[in-house]
Design a protein around this ligand. Structure first.
Ligand code: IVH
Length: 689
């Protein structure tokens, strides 16, 4: 055995660096270059070798990211260079004052005199998002990740090394031949919005408490004594600076160079960072990011401006606990105080009765809010919210505004205690609260007009069937006048029926009919999601589509089969089985198909068996621009799964992938009847997200 120990060592090294390379492509670049099954194979080989040669296990091996034993407490770590905080600005004039101070500070040094009012100096800044997560510090010694700590009080933090190791986008080893003796990378750990939604769906399916926002979810996951829990949560890391270092390669000129250097060491950095000039550049950047905020993959609570030149940063120095060369420009406060005028009860898509606070209009997070959710009866009781109270309302990003708490000192003696109604306020059916559930539900099902409306709105929503223009007002009328009872009725709507409705001209009726027609060509994942099965969100719908590949398989799958699909537990499986046990639901699916709603089906992705080339023998043609992927990426992904990309459409083409502004290839595909995929459809086929 000994003679090949060198070979084993080499193989281990190769596997480790390959796996870390694929982690980087997947978690940092979001561009995987091999199928999951192939990755799993490499990982299993590494695990097996390390099991056979335990003496060769290294702390920086990808296998060491998970599996560590729970700690009793966190050890303390002292930050050699303190982790300071930033001063805040809320208004433009505070940013103006910051820029003025910076220019004064620099001019003062240069000219050796006090503040010069007509200072012409325009400062170069690096502007970047202010991540709403948790600050951490990662210490690399000779290129190997050694310890990681929370910010704590800025001087001492907690040793959360084991938890940080589970974050796949954090390199365990720097990808360079001559690593620096010491490099401390600082940045933020957060949870991406999509992972947060997925986590909360899982929490709710398990009957466990949901997290209020991605920040809380990230904090709750990172401060676990058991790193195996952290490993199950998907956390992300973004670098925004450095701490201590002994690194001869470290760029000395600008912060932006430093960030590029960290990126070259495979640390994720914000794509939205930008070098801008002067106050004007700062304020423009703020507007651009504010407009993008909702569509960013992570939560931010403002932007950060840093003087870009490191020499200038040093010149400006620090004041008490914050640098003079940087400032956070925060978004408007997301909490405000107002009066709760009344509590109504709304009926949701699944019959859930939600108490909703009617508020005295209040400006919060940049918009006027008049309603806020109170979630459920338990929450109303826990927060002791009464009608007539003064309350704190929060509006964070695009989430529904909520009542956070009551201001007890402002309670008047005639404030009224609220009780949940025993019957549905819309259809009058009995409301029931099942054991273990926090919500009461209307038992009227789709006979309840409120549930029917919500079901149709969900069916038509952007991420489901994407029927443009089918909004709340229109659905209200369609349901109230019993023109539409099920989603299938939408596909039987004529222009005449629509044009008769209030606020509906011929042109808009025409547009809606067109939008309905366009929605017929969809993907299996979208269709499953559109059905509104309880506990089946977008991510689960995609998983179901990938693993089952056909509607019939979904409709006939039993709970056991469903639970073989990753992330499908007993609760989700039962919801699906219950949904299709309802003949009415199966009928609607059949009617939709009969109306021409269609999607591509495939054989599904086997759950256990390795499936390295699922697209073997399939030919694809690309036309137009896809929203999120370049042609090269698409090609790479298809080829990685055994498919072929060809330049022209013929009867041998299996799929044409269509983006915006497609060329004649699209027309040809239609005339030849070749299957057409959009980006979502392609990703589903690829088994990605
Ligand atoms: S730089 C000297 N850049 O904001 C301070 N901080 O209030 C260096 N934060 O604790 C911090 N995004 O957790 C910096 N792009 C960014 C940031 C950022 C978020 C957080 C960080 C820090 C807090 C400061």
């Amino acid at each position: 055995m000994n003679e090949n120990i060198e070979e084993i060592k080499q193989r281990l090294q190769q596997l480790r660096s390959d796996i870390e390379h694929h982690n980087y492509r997947y978690y940092v670049l979001d561009q995987p270059s091999i199928p999951d099954a192939e990755y799993d194979k490499l990982f299993r080989e590494l695990q097996q070798l390390e099991q056979d040669y335990p003496q060769l296990i290294a702390a920086d091996s990808p296998t060491q990211r998970v599996g560590a034993a729970p700690l009793k407490t966190f050890a303390q770590i002292t930050h050699v260079i303190p982790m300071l905080s930033l001063s805040n600005a809320f208004e433009d004039d505070e940013v103006e004052a910051f820029d003025r101070r910076v220019r004064a500070g620099l001019a003062l040094e240069a000219a050796g005199v006090a503040w010069i009012d007509s200072d012409p100096l325009t400062v170069e800044y690096n502007a970047e998002p202010k991540f709403d997560g948790l600050a951490v510090s990662l210490r690399y010694e000779n290129g190997v990740f050694k310890t990681g700590a929370t910010r704590g009080d800025g001087y001492t933090g907690e040793d959360i090394t084991l938890n940080l190791k589970t974050i796949r986008s954090i390199p365990l080893k720097l990808p360079v031949n001559n690593p620096p003796a010491l490099l401390e990378v600082r940045g933020e750990v957060l949870m991406l919005k999509k992972d947060f939604q997925r986590l909360n769906q899982q929490q709710s399916a398990k009957g466990e408490k949901e997290f209020a926002n991605p920040r809380n979810a990230a904090a709750g996951s990172l401060r676990q004594l058991d790193p195996n829990i952290t490993a199950r949560r998907r956390l992300a890391f973004f670098a925004y600076g450095i701490g201590d270092s002994q690194d001869t390669c470290l760029p000395k000129a600008t912060h932006s160079d430093l960030m590029a250097y960290l990126s070259s060491l495979h640390f994720p950095i914000a794509k939205e960072s930008q070098v801008v000039m002067g106050l004007k550049g700062l304020l423009e950047y703020y507007q651009v990011i504010a407009a993008k905020r909702e569509n960013l993959p992570y939560d931010i609570d403002g932007v950060v401006y840093k003087v870009n030149a490191i020499a200038q940063q040093e010149q400006l120095g620090f004041v008490s606990r914050a640098p003079r060369f940087a400032i956070a420009h925060k978004f408007p406060a997301q909490e405000a105080m107002t009066k709760l005028l009344d509590i109504d009860v709304q009926v949701g898509r699944t019959g859930a009765l939600t108490p909703v606070a009617r508020l005295q209009p209040v400006f919060v997070g940049g918009v006027t809010v008049t309603n806020a959710t109170l979630h459920n009866a338990d929450e109303v009781e826990r927060k002791d919210v009464r009608i007539g109270d003064t309350v704190i309302v929060r509006r964070a990003g695009d989430v529904i505004p909520e009542v956070v708490s009551v201001v007890p000192e402002k309670r008047s003696p005639d404030a009224l205690v609220f009780t949940m109604p025993s019957h549905c306020p819309v259809c009058g059916a009995k409301a029931v609260r099942l054991p273990g559930e926090t919500v009461s539900r209307c038992t009227g099902g789709l006979f309840c007009p409120a549930q029917r409306k919500q079901a149709i709105l969900h069916f038509a929503s952007r991420r489901a069937m994407d029927i443009d223009g089918l909004g709340e007002k229109l659905v209200d009328q369609l349901v109230d006048q019993t023109i539409v009872r099920t989603p299938a009725d939408l596909y039987r709507l004529g222009i005449a029926a629509l044009a008769n409705l209030e606020r509906m001209a011929d042109k808009s009726a025409n547009n809606i009919v067109k939008a309905i027609e366009n929605s017929k060509q969809t993907t299996l994942a979208r269709f499953i999601y559109a059905l509104g099965i309880r506990n089946v969100g977008e991510a689960t719908a995609k998983d179901l589509a990938v693993h089952l590949g056909s509607m019939d398989r979904l409709m006939t799958a039993d709970s056991e089969r469903l639970q073989q699909i990753p992330d499908v537990g007993p609760v989700v499986a039962q919801s699906i089985v219950d949904f299709f046990a309802e003949t009415h639901n199966c009928e609607v699916v059949e009617q939709l198909r009969a109306c021409g709603v269609n999607w591509n089906e495939h054989d599904g992705k086997p759950v256990a068996a390795a499936n390295t080339a699922p697209l073997q023998g399939k030919t694809f043609v690309l036309t137009g621009t896809l929203p999120h992927m370049s042609r090269e990426e698409v090609k790479e992904k298809i080829e990685a799964q055994g498919g072929k990309v060809s330049g022209s459409v013929s009867s041998k083409t299996d799929y044409v992938v269509v983006g915006t502004d497609p060329g004649s290839k699209y027309d040809k595909a239609v005339s030849l009847g070749v299957a057409i995929l959009d980006e979502d459809g392609l990703l589903t086929l690829l088994g990605g997200s």
